[in-house]
Write a protein that binds this ligand. Sequence first.
Ligand SMILES: *[C@@H]1O[C@H](CO)[C@@H](O)[C@H](O)[C@H]1NC(C)=O
Ligand SMILES: *[C@@H]1O[C@H](CO)[C@@H](O)[C@H](O)[C@H]1NC(C)=O
Ligand SMILES: *[C@@H]1O[C@H](CO)[C@@H](O)[C@H](O)[C@H]1NC(C)=O
Ligand SMILES: *[C@@H]1O[C@H](CO)[C@@H](O)[C@H](O)[C@H]1NC(C)=O
Ligand SMILES: *[C@@H]1O[C@H](CO)[C@@H](O)[C@H](O)[C@H]1NC(C)=O
Ligand SMILES: *[C@@H]1O[C@H](CO)[C@@H](O)[C@H](O)[C@H]1NC(C)=O
Ligand SMILES: *[C@@H]1O[C@H](CO)[C@@H](O)[C@H](O)[C@H]1NC(C)=O
Length: 410
Amino acid sequence: MHHSTTPMMALPLFLSSLFLLNYTTLSTAANINKKTHFRPELKSELAETPVTTFFEVTKPIQVPRTKPCSYLLLQHDFGYTYGLPPVLANYTTPSHCPCQKFAKIVLQWEVTCNGTQFDRIFGVWLGGVELLRSCTAEPITTGIVWTVKKDITRYYSLLMNNQTLAVYLGNIVTSIYTGVYHVNLTVHFYPAKANLGNSVGEYGSWADLISPISRNLPLNDGLWFEIKNSTDIESKKFIIPQNAYRAVLEVYVSFHEKDEFWYTNLPNDLSNPPQNGAFREVVVTLDGVEVGAIWPFTVIYTGGFNPLLWRPITGIGSFYLPSYDIEVTPFLGTILDGKTHEFAFSVTNALNVWFIDANLHVWLDKKSVKTKGQLLKHYISPAVVSLISNFTGINGNILTTVNKSASSVG
Ligand SMILES: *[C@@H]1O[C@H](CO)[C@@H](O)[C@H](O)[C@H]1NC(C)=O
Ligand SMILES: *[C@@H]1O[C@H](CO)[C@@H](O)[C@H](O)[C@H]1NC(C)=O
Ligand SMILES: *[C@@H]1O[C@H](CO)[C@@H](O)[C@H](O)[C@H]1NC(C)=O
Ligand SMILES: *[C@@H]1O[C@H](CO)[C@@H](O)[C@H](O)[C@H]1NC(C)=O
Ligand SMILES: *[C@@H]1O[C@H](CO)[C@@H](O)[C@H](O)[C@H]1NC(C)=O
Ligand SMILES: *[C@@H]1O[C@H](CO)[C@@H](O)[C@H](O)[C@H]1NC(C)=O
Ligand SMILES: *[C@@H]1O[C@H](CO)[C@@H](O)[C@H](O)[C@H]1NC(C)=O
């Protein structure tokens, strides 16, 4: 049996009826403050066991039958990297590849690790634009290997320019937590067949310009903003070209410490210290006006609830944290003036830390120097939360229901 001393884990006894697992078996995940986390040693981890391949069950990436032009972007051993600047590399365009038109571009993160280690959250950025948010697997002493392959074709225009690649994976190695993550980061460019024309993606075509709505280098951790409580607002100024005709804000989100399992948090009248209930939403504003909100998928990291559940098949989204798209096109008319504007992020009810940043995908009208737009209708209601609890003594259930509607026409 193992336990944790994080405040999140100090749950009142009556909460145990809400879990399939008894709360004393809760373990930890994607921690930031390493001192408060534990990981079990397993007696069954025999030395002769072969290296185990960990994986997440995901939809395979459909790649063309063409042979990819592949190269290594970064090889690095993430040992004592906690609180250090991200590891940097010079990204160069695939100018040496025989073909210069690509139907699919795939990022590959391949890792070996031996020993004992926590699950760590990490991010990969290109020119400040986030390409991947993910969680490491918790290794075992006989060694593990895992591969994350992500379709990054939507970042096509970004990938056609040389820029700085940054990877932040905050790890700490001690005599007990011995795991060092040995990482190879590779990119595969799959040539388009000559007569295929433009590759058509989920947006119809890829954005012409992708701007980071993230923190700037240099810094001593990830390029994400850290939202530390329910009133914290983090923002970034930007300018877009005046001939834009479409814009989508892609938001990356991960939740940590007291909010790692926010969806199990109790309402404040049943918790001390307050847990702010089981509802969170990431609110996105443009020049102070709410333009969208995200209700994130409840990704369970590889140390979550009980690490034994995630060996070797990890939880949905743990290796591929989802990003969320907010359609900004209806608001374009208000930001096409060539002036500086601002996106800001906050998290309703946040107890503590959320790592959030975004990529602004912009489509440009190459036949004009200036487009025009107008917001015709915009409605977004605050989230209306209702709680129904039914307790008999210390056992009970709490049902949280939330209503929100949003509609924008431009
Ligand atoms: C990137 O290239 C520049 C110029 O050649 C060099 O000074 C710099 O050290 C390189 N950076 C990395 C991380 O390799
Ligand atoms: C990127 O850098 C490489 C190597 O320095 C160079 O060959 C290539 O032309 C550059 N690409 C662009 C788009 O500038
Ligand atoms: C990384 O690449 C090197 C050299 O190609 C190889 O020896 C090593 O096994 C690779 N590591 C992983 C984790 O794939
Ligand atoms: C991890 O341990 C396995 C066997 O237990 C060994 O084959 C492998 O080389 C080790 N890997 C590293 C990176 O130390
Ligand atoms: C919320 O977080 C911000 C940023 O860290 C901090 O300045 C502020 O004092 C915090 N507010 C409360 C109520 O803790
Ligand atoms: C409340 O819980 C009790 C015990 O589980 C159950 O018998 C009762 O039907 C519940 N009441 C409501 C309104 O759900
Ligand atoms: C949510 O909205 C629906 C439809 O308007 C309504 O039936 C329901 O009662 C609302 N629920 C809450 C919790 O406000």
